[in-house]
Design a protein around this ligand. Structure first.
Ligand code: NAP
Length: 287
């Protein structure tokens, strides 16, 4: 039995969908917090199990009979490492053999401005390494889907306004990452491996602006504001402080070229070229 956590989240749903296209649903279990959000999974024959990363007993019960477990990292920053440790401890107790973990691929977390925000991925990996479980680390690049999150819906009119300098990112689509993850989950030979899953091109925000110009036929500028100007603008939009802080840190990490390395693993596990950013932007902004 393969169990996928975060199964009602965006990446988890893709992984489950791709798995169920290729293996019997009787071999798939889904960990969810709210069974009502997973009725479509139950209807497909997937074994829906309710559990919460904050509740060890619920995890231990949910992991019975599971051999391979995909831990999709939590989106809740309230003791995220502690939540992941609960999952890992419960997996060990329940007799799970192999854990796969979705982390992040970065050049050097120690020198990154994003260290306070993303170091827990690496600490989770360290905890898994000493747990005795076989492991596979799926270090994902930044999702292409964060681009509209950072730039907003009206970017063609407003221009690209983001303090990422000339930093480049090997963005990957969630859809591609989910498909590759499913392919890894249902094949053998990935014990104690780390895979860096990135797109096949790197792109700067100036290049994002140039692509949007080309696709829209309008002149989409790239403005690389000072941090104070950026923060002031986000405050004026009424964005909550944690979102502002997150945007500033991600821009700084990108400017620092934390995510600018291309690896071949995503292409290898997809058995095709990952979707390029121009194709993604065209669809995302319906251009
Ligand atoms: N590489 C990137 O650019 C990038 C961007 C954003 C996020 N991430 C990371 O990648 C993960 C997956 O991405 P995503 O887009 O699928 O995120 P998402 O849609 O926000 O899904 C997160 C999943 O985690 C589950 N979850 C949160 N707290 C939980 C808890 N206490 N117990 C059990 N489940 C819990 C959520 O459950 P519910 O469905 O019940 O809410 C949801 O299914 C994120 O959680 C985050 O750590 C990476």
């Amino acid at each position: 039995m393969i169990l996928v956590t975060g199964a009602t989240g965006q990446l988890g749903q893709i992984v489950i969908e791709k798995l169920s296209e290729k293996i019997p649903t009787s071999q798939i279990a889904a960990l969810v917090r709210d069974a009502a959000k997973a009725e479509h999974l139950t209807a497909k024959g997937i074994d829906v199990r309710v559990g919460d990363y904050h509740n060890s007993n619920s995890l231990l019960a949910a992991f019975q009979g599971v051999e391979k477990l995909l831990l999709i990292s939590s989106n809740d920053f309230n003791d995220r490492l502690g939540q992941h440790k609960n999952v890992i401890d419960a997996a060990v107790k329940a007799g799970v053999k192999h854990i796969l973990y979705t982390g992040v691929t970065m050049n050097d977390i120690q020198t990154s401005p994003l260290k306070p925000f993303l170091e827990d991925h690496y600490l989770t990996e360290e905890y898994i390494k000493v747990s005795g479980l076989s492991y596979t680390f799926l270090q994902n690049s930044l999702y292409a889907e964060v681009i509209p999150m950072f730039l907003g819906e009206n970017v063609v009119e407003t221009g690209v306004f983001f303090p990422a300098g000339q930093g480049k990112v090997a963005f990957a689509l969630r859809e591609d990452l989910g498909e590759a993850t499913a392919n890894i989950l249902m094949s053998e030979g990935h014990e104690n491996q780390t895979y860096h899953l990135t797109g096949s091109e790197t792109i700067s925000f100036a290049e994002v602006a140039a692509i949007l110009s080309e696709l829209s036929g309008k002149d989409v500028s790239y403005i690389n504001p000072e941090n104070e100007v950026f923060v002031g603008a986000l405050k004026q939009f009424g964005l909550p402080e944690p979102i502002i802080q997150m945007s500033v840190l991600f821009a700084a990490g990108i400017k620092n070229n934390d995510f600018n390395k291309i690896y071949g693993s995503l292409e290898k596990f997809l058995e095709r070229t990952p979707t390029n950013i121009k194709t993604y932007l065209k669809a995302a902004y319906t251009l």
